[in-house]
Design a protein around this ligand. Structure first.
Ligand code: ATP
Length: 452
């Protein structure tokens, strides 16, 4: 309880709006389970979604800083709010809640919207859930941030737990696997760890990319994986990149990753984004017009977490101010979020040009070693934008900034990210630079039209 109070206090210091504080106040502490999971209670699914989408990761990192323990957060919905849920969904909640601390009860197949971006991955996941260990083994799902990888692989776990309760299923992130392994070494009970994992019927591992470079964990994992495949037990992975782009992972493990079915979940298209929002609105029996849904889906095309976050913010605002949700209200409330969306296919050159223009310096200054305060700051911002809004690796970005090391890019981007959380001025500057991207894009288009 004290821990949560401290975390909530730190969280609310990062908020710049009364609205966020009001939403956070609706969330209550319930309990800490097994010294691993901090369980909170939200009054409704939207508040819980708001927390998950915007603050869960931050809360977990504050908890880690305060305790040096890898706590995870789980948000339950207050009981009177879940009565409208289907019976099937309810049973999966309680079962998962007891035996599967890391599963989110909302990540089921029933709540997964199938669109052209994920239909293949969905079909494969369904097949694996119905007949684990037979066809696609391992199943390796990858895709960009927040496209639904975790939701889909957890849906497999929920389905199997509900339909074949005798099966031993375990969902963990690669970090949890690594932490448990390290803990088992320090407590000298690796045998227990091994038998726990090697006797599973279904092992689901999320965020495989965090295995990179963890040598001893990878060695252990390789043997777990081999045993399970040999016994025809199902293994499922989610990752932010395809296996061949994983670094510091042995060839023998990469070959195993590729030995089943590897599928990408693409970014959701307009139709899927509309369908996801419409589903959320129906689930909560909300009165929101298609016009408003279309506005959000059209303007927020980066990832689904942002999309859901925008809807939550709009609803919370209307609720707090006792206003009806109209297109005008949506435009007013979502102005910040929508302005922070950047045009697609942005290059590092576009970013450097806009940042140099904004700070009235030369593009070459950004690539130089000059340490004048304003130039260093502009360089940090440009690196942050390049890291966030291009697909380049940190090393590639560093080389486009006059051969800087990837760690320099990482540190600069981190610095800005932290400043954005606490300083309005920094956020405003980033928004203004993003507005410049649009300006430059439009003037480029106009030039092209004049020339042709
Ligand atoms: N097809 C979908 N239908 C319904 N909700 C979805 C769908 N895809 C994603 N979501 C929702 O979007 C949010 C983000 O999804 P999820 O966490 O599964 O993404 P991810 O790809 O695992 O992200 P990360 O890369 O951060 O691990 C979740 O709330 C999830 O329920």
């Amino acid at each position: 309880m004290d821990l949560w109070n401290e975390i909530a206090r730190e969280l609310s210091q990062t908020f710049d709006s009364e609205l966020n504080r009001a939403i956070l106040e609706k969330i209550r502490f319930k309990e800490v389970q097994n010294d691993k999971i901090i369980v909170l209670i939200a009054p409704d699914p939207l508040t819980s979604g708001w927390f998950e989408a915007n603050y869960r990761q931050l809360a977990e990192s504050i908890a880690f800083r305060l305790t040096q323990k890898p706590y995870v957060f789980q948000v339950e919905i207050a009981p009177h709010q879940v009565v409208y849920k289907k019976v099937s969904e309810r049973s999966s909640v309680s079962e998962a809640g007891v035996t599967q601390p890391y599963l989110n009860p909302k990540y089921t197949f029933e709540r997964f919207v199938v669109g052209s971006n994920n239909d293949f991955a969905h079909a494969a996941a369904m097949q694996v859930a119905q007949c684990p260990g037979t066809n696609y083994n391992p199943l390796f799902i990858y895709g960009n941030v927040a496209v639904g990888k975790t939701h889909l692989i957890q849906a497999i776990a929920h389905y199997i737990l509900k339909n074949s309760p005798e099966k031993k299923v375990r969902y963990v992130t690669s970090e949890v696997f690594a932490n448990e392994f390290i803990e088992s070494i320090s407590k000298k009970n690796t045998e227990h760890f091994r038998s726990r994992y090697r006797t599973l019927d279904v092992l689901i591992i999320d965020d495989v990319q965090f295995f990179q470079g963890k040598e001893s964990t990878l060695e252990e994992f390789f043997h777990t994986f081999n045993t399970l495949l040999h016994e025809k037990k199902q293994v499922v992975f989610a990752c932010d990149r395809p296996p061949h782009l994983l670094k510091n992972i042995s060839d023998r493990l990469l070959t195993r990753f590729n030995s089943g079915l590897t599928i990408k979940i693409e970014n959701p298209d307009m139709e899927t984004r509309m369908a996801i929002l419409t589903r959320r609105v129906e689930e909560e029996s909300l009165d929101i017009s298609t016009e408003v849904i279309r506005y959000i889906a059209e303007h927020i095309d980066s990832d689904i977490r942002n999309l859901e976050g925008a809807l939550t913010k709009l609803i919370a605002y209307a609720d707090l101010r006792k206003k009806e949700i109209s297109l005008d209200l949506a435009k007013e409330v979502l102005r910040d979020k929508i302005q922070m969306e950047v045009p697609k296919n942005l290059t590092v050159t576009d970013i450097q040009r806009a940042v140099a223009r904004y700070f009235n310096i030369n593009v070459n200054d950004l690539k130089s070693e000059r340490r004048l305060e304003n130039i260093t700051y502009a360089r940090h911002i440009a690196m942050y934008l390049a890291k966030e809004h291009t697909n380049l690796s940190l090393t590639e970005i560093g080389s486009l900034f006059g051969g800087k090391a990837h760690t320099t890019v990482m540190r600069s981007a981190d610095k800005i990210e932290k400043m954005m959380k606490t300083r309005k001025k920094v956020r405003k500057e980033i928004e203004d630079i993003i507005a410049l991207f649009y300006e430059e894009k439009t003037s480029k288009k106009e030039k092209e039209t004049t020339l042709s």
